[in-house]
Ligand binder design. Structure first.
Ligand SMILES: Nc1ncnc2c1ncn2[C@@H]1O[C@H](COP(=O)(O)OP(=O)(O)OP(=O)(O)O)[C@@H](O)[C@H]1O
Ligand SMILES: O=P(O)(O)OC[C@H]1O[C@H](OP(=O)(O)OP(=O)(O)O)[C@H](O)[C@@H]1O
Ligand SMILES: [Mg+2]
Length: 325
């Protein structure tokens, strides 16, 4: 038997539920044959795939080492823990959940400090006055170094923080922090504010591929099947299916619908009887329905799409291009 294809899925934390729901929506039901505490699983209907249930941060490091082929994890963890990330891994697609910003935050009481340039002044002044450097509490050590350097800030020192980072300034173990935030509630509760130009990264959960994994022909074929499911679902959720039939329907009308409403006609123009199937972006449905009725349609039906299987698979094409480089 050939070595299994390994897909890493978050086992806990914020990304877990969303990740499982994401695969289920794509028609990829994840199963744990040996029960809920089992950290190895399978995908129903796709052979020779092993699901590795790992923490989001572990998934980033396993991708870097080529221990898994594909994985779901946060872009923040990829950029922080993988040096030269764009060469070693491919962010295939952002998944629409797990959004959070990595930010530089300082005490709200520092009313004169609003930007990184202000911070540069303050850190330099602090060093001259106190003969030591200001401390930044964070677990994002590499992201912090890179970002501070890009703003010319050098008079600081990183204090590694494993958790409850926002509490560090109040406790007195650091002057400021770099951490992830979504609603801003934790920062506010700790009397901190984000600098105006202090967003280091806008992170989202991503589907990520490893360059170093064993990309045998079998592994590529498995990736193609998995990405085909995901692409079919993504394509389906961008549109609704609109059906109608009216005699006056013609190619010119279709062109106008395309230009005005972003409509595509996957099965070509109207049939001889005027029957027409369109795919329309959800936000344009009502406008399109009104347009079609104004041109003679009596009835327009709208249905949601579960899957649209196109000949092209943009996700797999992206993976192939990356592996060729
Ligand atoms: N509000 C948020 N706070 C933290 N992470 C978030 C948030 N929203 C989305 N995420 C994403 O979820 C990822 C995983 O966070 P999570 O807290 O689940 O695990 P972790 O912090 O890596 O592990 P642990 O907290 O168990 O040490 C983050 O790296 C980030 O990409
Ligand atoms: O802006 P907010 O919506 O308040 O969210 C931000 C908080 O959420 C995360 O902590 P998490 O709950 O993951 O705990 P952790 O620090 O143990 O990872 C993060 O580290 C922040 O502390
Ligand atoms: Mg966390």
């Amino acid at each position: 038997m050939t070595a299994p294809f390994v897909l890493a899925v978050p086992s806990k934390g914020r990304l877990q539920e969303n990740a499982e729901a994401f695969f289920a929506r794509a028609g990829l039901g994840l199963a744990k044959p040996r029960g809920a505490r089992d950290y190895r699983g399978t995908i129903n209907g796709v052979d020779n795939v092993e699901i590795a249930y790992l923490s989001a941060s572990e998934i980033a490091s396993q991708l870097a080492r080529g221990m898994v082929h594909l994985g779901v994890t946060g872009e923040d963890l990829v950029r922080e823990s993988i040096a030269d990330a764009d060469r070693r891994v491919l962010l295939i697609d952002s998944l629409g959940f797990g959004s959070a910003n990595v930010v530089v935050a300082v005490p709200q009481a520092w009313i004169d400090v609003r930007t990184m340039a202000d911070l540069d002044d303050v850190t330099t002044g602090f060093r001259e006055q106190h003969n030591r450097r200001m401390r930044v509490a964070t677990k994002y050590i590499n992201l912090t170094r890179r970002f501070f350097a890009s703003h010319g800030v050098v008079d600081y020192r990183i204090v590694e923080s494993a958790g409850a980072t926002e509490g560090a300034p109040a406790v007195g173990t650091a002057e400021m922090i770099v951490d992830i935030t979504t609603t801003g509630a934790t920062l506010a509760a700790n009397g901190l504010k984000v600098l105006d130009d202090g967003v280091i990264l806008r992170s989202h959960a991503n589907l990520v591929a490893s360059r170093e994994a064993d990309w045998s022909n079998e592994a590529r074929e498995t990736a193609r099947v998995i990405l085909d499911h995901i692409a079919a679902r993504a394509r389906a959720s961008k549109y609704r299916e609109v059906r109608t039939r009216f005699a006056a329907c013609n190619a010119a009308l279709l062109t106008e619908a395309h230009n005005r409403f972003g409509v595509v006609s996957p099965f070509g123009g109207p049939t001889s009887s005027g029957m027409l199937t369109l795919h329309c972006p959800p936000a344009q449905l009502y406008a399109l329905g009104s347009f079609l009725r104004a041109h003679g349609a009596d009835t327009v039906s709208v249905a949601s799409l579960d899957y649209v299987l196109d000949r092209d698979n943009p996700l797999f094409a992206k993976l192939e291009a990356f592996l060729r480089q």
